[in-house]
Design a protein around this ligand. Structure first.
Ligand code: HEM
Length: 412
């Protein structure tokens, strides 16, 4: 296919192929770039670090979908691939006081004290999963998918315990939240996945109503059932969807993207193993260089905004292009595309967002990824990718950024 014309809106590939090249191309075009979303819907992406940082705190930028012009005017078809992002009833689509009300219980559940207290639990779960890997590799003829065998179950178990999701629901919730992020599926599948998600989450809620615990779902139910309800039933379901999906997929992708970078350049691993860099450096550099959230939907200008000479019209759905912003040469230099654990840039990446909607799960994600990576390479120092890099398939989305499988050999 011919390269998209530089003057026409850039068509985002819904299959997630070439995400890094897309990020670089968008960034070269400017700080704000017109894009074509699935279904031919027009939108924009904010691609450069400083422009994005300003945009995320701009007083005339909203997240409530009542500002989404095409949606309001009935131009978004049923089953549109990005519908859930635009309309989920929770903090990511709320502004001002509503946003604070919806976010508060989640912030409480993820307080620094609570997260710090999780450390021994995360260490134990990590050790258990590592114990199981050799048997999985033996079953797989010497290779094991590190996503399925390690990077998925760790954050999923942690977040499920925190939220109060019983084990029987976890795998299905993982599959369904993967479909919600998938930008390359058909409308029927989108609609069916959303219906099932609501049904499964209703079962999660029913289980906690019957047997409450010291978990987020029970706290949310109490807010719902209070004489002066602080939360609707739909907001309860929306909040669970957001925290379950955001609380495991991103951390899983972060762990895999970090392992991938270290396997691709063992010199970087050596820097950590010899003490010249820390595991926290690996985590931060992965977040910058290979952001698990490539493009987050959506924000809407509440009036026409000029961003670096491009007018982003009121009501346009705008992506926060975190993947592109991490590769900004104006901030990270001409070698921004290089993974370098000793980089320690003066400017902190935006991979967890910025402003009122900044990720409330960042301390938990950092804790989990740091523990997981250190323990993984301590146990299996020779761990290596078992297939050529080029064979790794991208996740079918331009929102999330990782690979569908990561087959490894464990080594000694
Ligand atoms: C928001 C990234 C882990 C829960 C965000 C945002 C980003 C992000 C970029 C801001 C989206 C925007 O408005 O533009 C990440 C990454 C993670 C991670 C890269 C892991 C590596 C987690 C975890 C949790 C979580 C572990 C929950 C336990 C949320 C929630 C929001 C959010 C609920 C919405 C906040 C709001 O709208 O006020 N995350 N996240 N995330 N994240 Fe995370």
């Amino acid at each position: 296919t011919p390269p998209p014309s530089p003057s026409a809106p850039y068509p985002l590939d819904p299959t997630g192929a070439g995400l890094r090249e897309t990020a670089q191309e968008l960034q070269a075009r400017g700080p704000a770039v017109p894009v074509v979303l699935p279904g031919g819907v027009l939108g924009h992406a904010v691609t450069r670090h400083h422009a994005l940082r300003d945009f995320l705190v701009h007083p005339e930028v909203a997240k409530d979908a009542c500002h989404f012009a095409a949606l309001r005017e009935g131009r978004i078809p049923p089953g549109w691939q990005l519908t859930t992002f635009a309309t989920v009833d929770g903090m990511t689509t709320a502004d001002g006081a509503d946003h604070r009300r919806l976010r508060e219980p989640v912030v409480k559940a993820l307080s620094p004290r609570r997260v710090a207290a999780l450390r021994p639990r995360v260490e134990r779960l990590t050790a258990e999963l590592l114990d199981g890997l050799p048997a999985l590799a033996a079953q797989g003829g010497g290779t094991v998918d590190l996503r399925q065998g390690f990077a998925y179950p760790l954050p999923m178990r942690v977040i499920s315990e925190l939220i109060g999701v019983d084990e029987e629901f976890r795998d299905r919730l993982h599959e369904l939240s993967g479909l919600v992020v998938n930008t390359a599926i058909d409308p029927e599948t989108v609609l069916a996945a959303n219906r099932e998600l609501v049904a499964v989450l209703a079962q999660v809620v029913a289980a906690r109503r019957a047997a409450p615990g010291d978990d987020l779902t029970s706290a949310l139910i109490a807010a719902c059932d209070a004489a002066e309800a602080r939360l609707s039933e739909q907001e309860l379901i929306g909040t669970l969807l957001l925290t379950i999906a955001a609380g495991h997929q991103t951390t899983l992708d972060l762990i895999i993207n970090a392992v991938r970078a270290l396997c691709a350049d063992r010199g970087q691993l050596e820097l950590v193993r010899s003490g010249r860099a820390d595991w926290a450096d690996v985590v931060e550099e992965t977040l910058r260089h290979d952001s698990p959230v490539a493009n987050f939907p959506f924000r809407y200008p509440t009036r026409d905004l000029d961003i670096g000479g491009t007018v982003v019209p009121q009501g346009s759905p705008v992506l926060a292009a975190y993947g592109a912003a991490g590769l900004d040469p104006e901030v990270y230099g001409p070698d921004a595309d290089r993974f370098d654990v000793t980089r320690r840039p003066a400017v902190r990446h935006l991979a967890f967002g910025h402003g009122a909607h900044v990720c409330p799960g960042a301390p938990l994600a950092r804790l989990e990824a740091g523990i997981a990576l250190r323990a993984l390479f301590d146990r299996f120092p020779d761990l290596a990718l078992a297939v050529p890099e080029a064979d790794l398939a991208p996740l079918p989305t331009f929102v999330g950024n990782s690979v569908t499988e990561f087959p490894v050999r464990l080594g000694r």
